[in-house]
Design a protein around this ligand. Structure first.
Ligand code: KG4
Ligand code: ZN
Length: 333
């Protein structure tokens, strides 16, 4: 029988990505255009610029993936179109959703709108063929910091989330304070490796709360106060990065420990852009109370492979969208 081929589009923030997936996890082709260089001078994503850039790059990426995936001349052999429909930036989401609807209509293909956070979970399904629910998911990105209990695919219970800033947002804001390039996560990750994490003890957010919840705005402010000590003097960048990261990641690990203890679920998947962090990956891999699933770095940050995998799974579960599909910038998981 013919293979099931899912064509997926991801354009929720500042990465444009297209992927062609065969079955549940075989990647036939994938391509990604990063807008980092475009937004870096402004220290963050400019939404209007992001959507215009998606519009410019999407069609060439689509052509490339269809060609490399061997379906350029027979697009009707595709089985499904999957597209990120939220959460994210409205203008960015619109570009992907409109393109996906046009393709679905032109090629008479079914379409399914995918939640970006569910997509991040599916990076783990692509990477680990032994992963089956129930498991816990630590979703850490520029916009989200949450722990979700995945009882079955499609059955998600939010155990707790951040009260204010997301952990990736804290990395980006602290990097800005330190004069590091955008996005701050990778820059802090690199510098922290050369610093002493005990140099400047910073408060571990929500350490004394017995709830699964996070808070990162106070930690950012603590770094700001710390910096004032060095006014006029040379800033010990590596030690500050290591100390910030120590507190930021200790909070994540403590709440995963709590969630494991509360639910009795002993498998934890890591997902979202911050899952690319080298120290978080080491800490998760070393955990003794649970088994960790850690996807390769390129599947952690935004990509269409994870959206295709989520699309296939949704389709198998009977989830369908149609041409009335509209992005929802704040779609909860
Ligand atoms: O999932 P993602 O690509 O986009 C969102 O959906 O937000 O995550 C981007 C976030 C940014 O805040 C970025 O600084 C952070 O992930 N990030 C990292 C690392 N690589 C990316 N944070 C810490 N360490 C890293 N190595
Ligand atoms: Zn993301």
């Amino acid at each position: 029988s013919r293979p099931f081929l899912t064509l997926a589009i991801e354009s929720s923030c500042d990465d444009t990505s297209v992927a062609l997936l065969e079955g549940s996890r075989r990647v036939r082709a994938t391509a990604l255009a990063s807008q980092i260089a475009l937004h870096a001078p402004w220290g963050g994503v400019i939404p209007e610029t992001a959507s215009r850039e998606h519009l410019r790059t999407l069609i060439p990426l689509l052509r490339e993936v269809l060609r490399r995936g061997g379906v350029a001349n027979a697009p009707r052999e595709l089985s499904l179109v999957a597209v990120t429909a939220g959460p994210g930036l409205m203008g960015s989401l619109l570009v992907g959703v409109m393109a996906a609807k046009a393709l679905a209509q032109a090629w008479e293909l079914p379409i399914v709108g995918i939640n970006h956070l569910e997509g991040h979970l599916f990076a783990n399904v692509v990477a680990h063929d032994d992963l089956v629910p129930p498991f816990l998911a630590l979703i850490v990105s520029g916009g989200h910091t949450e722990i979700v209990h995945v009882r079955a695919f499609g059955d998600y219970r939010l155990l707790g989330m951040t009260r204010d800033d997301a952990v990736g947002e804290a990395y980006d804001k602290v990097a800005k304070l330190l004069g590091l390039p955008y996005p701050g996560g990778p820059a802090i990750d690199d510098l922290a490796r050369k610093g002493n994490p005990k140099a400047f003890p910073l408060p571990v957010p929500m350490k004394d709360s017995d709830a699964v919840e996070f808070s990162y705005s106070g930690l950012k402010t603590a770094v700001l106060w710390l910096l004032r000590r060095f006014e006029g003097a040379e800033i010990p960048l590596e030690d500050i990065c290591a100390s910030f990261q120590e507190a930021a990641l200790a909070a994540l690990m403590a709440k995963v420990r709590l969630a494991v203890a509360r639910t009795g679920v002993r498998s934890v998947v890591l997902s979202g852009g911050v899952a690319a962090n080298s120290s978080l990956r080491e800490r998760m891999a070393a955990a003794r109370q649970w088994k960790s699933y850690i996807p390769p770095r390129d599947l952690c940050t935004d990509n269409a492979v994870m959206i295709a995998a989520a699309g296939y799974n949704n389709w198998k579960r009977g989830v369908r969208s149609d041409l009335t599909l509209t992005p929802d910038p704040s779609w909860p998981l």
